[in-house]
Write a protein that binds this ligand. Structure first.
Ligand code: NAX
Length: 324
């Protein structure tokens, strides 16, 4: 029988964790024939809740689930890990300055990056979901000098899926008709969902909608969808975020023609090297590749640059705080 793949989930007792773990254990993260071993990392106060979730996982009798470990020690959680989903983070609290937020998250993602560096399996793949996701991924990556930088990624797949869904609704087509959607930049309100390369039935999406809708409705609706979900649901996106994490890792491992992921820049499209920024990507042979050769019009350039500038500011702030 195949050796189980070890998947570590941080913040396992949180709401995304609850929506995520059952799907991983059922085989949706890696494939219906791949056995998995789960490792749940939580802070000490939440270990008991994680144990409760583990009891429910047991009660599903998932054929592919070969074991569950629960710990508050990153060195244990990441030991031998093949996939790490870094979901747990410090949320912004009322009155918190950006520096405080970055510092609190540096205290989480620095040590987790080091534990990954020291203990994870050679083929470790890391997806950061916890916000600010791109910069948390950068912090973790900088603490893992022995792991290839490209193994550290941050999630913009939820934004990508939201963009697909908004465009499909506008054009009244199934989401499967839409190809080549791209989210550029930071997973934040500055992100740029690009319709100038997206295609619907072979036509450029930007030409099928009017400019006013694209600029004043589509872009802000996608970028602010998280806030709209909180407003409606009274809690932030959880099942859709878990779904996007599943999509990201599944595609990373199994291949994809065109999607969006935040990965370390190689300097493509003027994004400074090393910044973890969202790009149009393909997945080949288990690696993300930035899709090259796209022409960027002035409208898109301005928006990509603004989001990348925000990523540079976050990087500079964590540098100044000594977090990287
Ligand atoms: P919850 O507050 O429900 O759960 C977070 C869990 O993380 C808690 O159980 C907490 O105890 C745990 N935790 C905190 N510090 C930890 C540490 N050092 N080690 C291990 N566990 C730790 O939040 P949830 O709704 O699950 O969201 C988790 C994160 O995802 C948040 O940062 C959120 O902002 C982010 N999101 C990112 C999205 C994206 O597209 N990239 C979308 C959804 C979501 O907003």
């Amino acid at each position: 029988a195949q050796t189980p793949v070890k998947v570590t989930v941080t913040g396992a007792a949180g709401q995304i964790g609850y929506a995520l773990l059952f799907r991983i254990a059922s085989g949706q993260l890696l494939g219906a024939d791949v056995p998995v071993k789960l490792s749940l990392l939580e802070i000490p106060q939440a270990v008991k809740a994680a144990e409760g979730t583990a009891m429910e996982l047991d009660d599903c009798a998932f054929p592919l689930l070969s074991g569950i470990e629960i710990t508050d020690d990153p060195n244990v959680a990441f030991n031998g890990a093949n996939v790490a989903l870094l979901v747990g983070a410090m949320p912004r609290k009322a009155g918190m300055e950006r520096g405080d937020l970055l510092e609190a998250n540096g205290g989480i993602f620095g040590p987790q990056g080091k534990a990954i560096n020291d203990h994870a399996a050679d083929d470790i793949r890391v997806l950061v979901v916890g916000n600010p996701a791109n910069t948390n991924a950068l912090i973790a990556q900088q603490h893992a000098p022995d792991v290839p930088a490209e193994r550290f990624t941050a999630m913009t797949r939820l934004d990508h899926n939201r963009a697909l869904s908004q465009l499909a609704a506008k054009l009244q087509v199934p989401v499967t008709e839409i190809k080549k959607m791209t989210i550029w930049g930071n997973h934040s309100a500055t992100q740029y969902p690009d319709l100038f390369h997206a295609e619907v039935g072979g036509k450029i999406a930007a030409e099928l909608v009017d400019e006013g809708w694209l600029r004043d409705t589509f872009i802000p609706t996608v970028a602010k969808r998280g806030a709209a979900i909180i407003e409606a649901r009274g809690a932030s996106s959880a099942a859709s975020a878990a779904n996007a994490a599943i999509d990201h890792v599944y595609d990373w491992v199994n291949g994809a023609e065109w999607t969006s992921a935040a990965i370390p820049s190689d300097g493509s499209y003027g994004v400074p090297e090393g910044l973890i920024s969202s790009f149009p990507v393909a997945s080949r042979n288990g690696k993300w590749e930035i899709i090259q050769g796209l022409e960027i019009d002035a409208f898109s350039r301005e928006r990509i640059d603004a989001s990348v500038r925000e990523l540079e500011e976050e990087r500079d702030a964590v540098r100044q705080l000594g977090l990287i």
